[in-house]
Design a protein around this ligand. Structure first.
Ligand code: FAD
Length: 345
C-alpha cells in the first residue's frame, strides 16, 4: 500500500524559483567522509541530472580543505566549504547555525542528509529555522516527471505502508536518507569542480554547548552497512548460543552476523546487529536469513540485498517470498552442511 501525502496548506511564502541545485550534507568525522555521503552523492547525481541542476556538497569542520577533492571525485560539481575553529568538533548549535545561514543565503532546491545520529539531530532544526518541511528516514527518492518536485518515500505506520511525501509550497525540499539504501557514487579522480569558501559567521555566544571530550564506545560495534555478506539469525535459533554457529559461517564467508529484533529483544545479541526498520538497513551482496520468518519490519531493512538466501523449517514463511534461494529445513542441519560444503570447495 502506498500513500501520497501533500501539504495542502497555503500558497508559497517564498519565491520558489530562487531555489536551485541539489545539496548533500557531507558529514565528516575526524576528517573522514561518512559512507552515507557517498550514497547521497550517488542519489543526488541522479536527481540533479533529472532536474537539470548542479550537485553540490556542503562540508563543515576545520582544516578540511582536502575533503573537497574527494567530494568532487564522487560527483559534486561544487563544494561549499565552511571552516571555523568552532566547527572543529560537531555541535548541534554551531552546525545548525552555519547550515541555516548557508541555505538562507544560497537557496538550494533540495537538501539531503544521512539519517545518522548527526543528520537526525540537525535536519529538523535546520528545516524549522528555514521554514520548510522535512521527510525523515527516506528509503527512496524520485523526481516527479511532470513538475520536477522530489517524491520522498519512507515507511510509515510501523512499516505497514510506504508513504510518498511531497513538499510543494516550501523550499528547500529536505530529506534525511537511511544509510545503506542508496547506491554509492563511483569515484573518478579526474573530475573537476568548484570549491567555494563560506564566510562562517560564528562566535562563542552562538554556542550553548562545549564539547569537552569525545569518549569512544568500547563496545565492539558490527559494521553491517559495509559488509558484503551478512549471516542473520532469528528466533528460530532457539537459544543465544545459536549465534556462535552463524558466526562460524560468517567468518568462512568473510561476513558479519546480523539479527532479527526478536533475538535482540530476547537479549541474545546486541542491538548493533539488528537488521530492519528499527535496526540497520543493509544492502550486502549476500544476505543469509536463518530462522527468520520475514516480518515486514525485518524485510524493510534487507530486501534490497543483491542475493537473499533463506533457511527456514516452515516452507510457508514469508521470507521465502523475497528470497532468491530458499532452503526448507532445520538451520542446525543446513548451516553445518553449508560449512562442510564450503570447506570442500
Ligand atoms: P519469528 O517471527 O518468531 O520467526 C522465527 C522463524 O524461525 C519462523 O519462521 C520459524 O519457522 C523459523 N524456525 C524455527 N525454528 C527453526 C529451525 N530450527 N530452523 C529453521 N527455521 C526455524 N523486526 C526486525 O527483525 N527488525 C526490526 O527492525 C523490527 N522493527 C520493528 C518495529 C516495529 C514498530 C514493530 C512493531 C516490529 C518490529 N520488528 C522488527 C519485529 C517484527 O515484527 C518481528 O516480530 C520479528 O522480525 C520476528 O523475528 P524472527 O523472524 O526472528 O522471529
Amino acid at each position: 500500500f502506498n500513500a501520497i501525502i501533500k501539504e495542502e496548506n497555503d500558497a508559497p511564502k517564498k519565491d520558489l524559483s530562487a531555489y536551485k541545485n541539489v545539496w548533500v550534507f557531507a558529514e565528516q568525522r575526524e576528517g573522514k567522509i561518512m559512507p552515507v555521503v557517498i550514497e547521497l552523492l550517488g542519489e543526488g547525481r541522479k536527481l540533479a541530472d533529472e532536474i537539470g541542476t548542479d550537485l553540490c556538497a556542503i562540508v563543515l569542520g576545520n582544516n578540511i580543505e582536502d575533503l573537497s577533492k574527494e567530494l568532487i571525485a564522487y560527483g559534486a560539481d561544487k563544494v561549499y566549504l565552511a571552516q571555523h575553529e568552532l566547527l572543529e568538533k560537531f555541535t548541534t548549535d554551531g552546525y545548525t547555525k552555519v547550515i541555516t545561514d548557508a541555505i538562507n543565503e544560497i537557496k538550494p532546491e533540495i537538501v539531503l542528509l544521512g539519517a545518522t545520529h548527526i543528520g537526525r539531530d540537525l535536519a529538523p532544526r535546520v528545516a524549522a529555522r528555514v521554514d520548510t518541511g522535512l521527510t525523515a528516514d527516506c528509503t527512496k527518492l524520485e523526481i516527479d516527471p511532470e513538475d520536477k518536485k522530489i517524491m520522498q518515500t519512507r515507511p510509515a505506520f510501523g512499516g505497514n505502508i510506504m508513504a510518498t511525501i511531497v513538499c510543494p509550497n516550501h523550499r528547500p525540499q529536505m530529506s534525511t536518507v537511511r544509510p545503506g539504501v542508496m547506491d554509492k557514487a563511483h569515484r573518478d579522480d579526474s573530475r573537476t569542480g568548484e570549491v567555494i569558501e563560506i564566510d562562517v559567521k560564528l562566535s562563542k555566544e552562538d554556542m550553548r554547548t562545549e564539547v569537552v571530550e569525545i569518549v569512544k564506545t568500547k563496545k565492539e560495534m558490527v559494521s553491517l552497512t559495509d559488509a558484503d555478506v551478512i549471516v542473520s539469525g532469528g528466533r528460530g535459533l532457539g537459544k543465544p548460543e545459536g549465534f556462535e554457529l552463524l558466526k562460524q559461517l560468517a567468518d568462512k564467508l568473510g561476513g558479519v552476523v546480523g539479527a532479527s529484533r526478536a533475538t535482540v529483544d530476547a537479549g541474545w545479541i546486541d542491538h548493533s546487529h539488528q537488521v530492519g526498520q528499527t535496526g540497520t538497513t543493509v544492502k550486502p551482496k549476500i544476505y543469509i536469513a536463518c530462522g527468520i520468518s520475514g516480518a515486514i519490519q525485518h524485510l524493510a531493512g534487507m530486501q534490497s540485498s543483491d542475493i537473499i538466501i533463506a533457511i527456514n523449517k516452515n516452507a510457508n514463511a514469508p521470507i521465502f517470498e523475497v528470497a532468491d534461494f530458499g532452503i526448507v529445513g532445520d538451520l542446525y542441519d543446513v548451516v553445518p552442511a553449508l560449512m562442510d560444503a564450503l570447506d570442500r570447495a
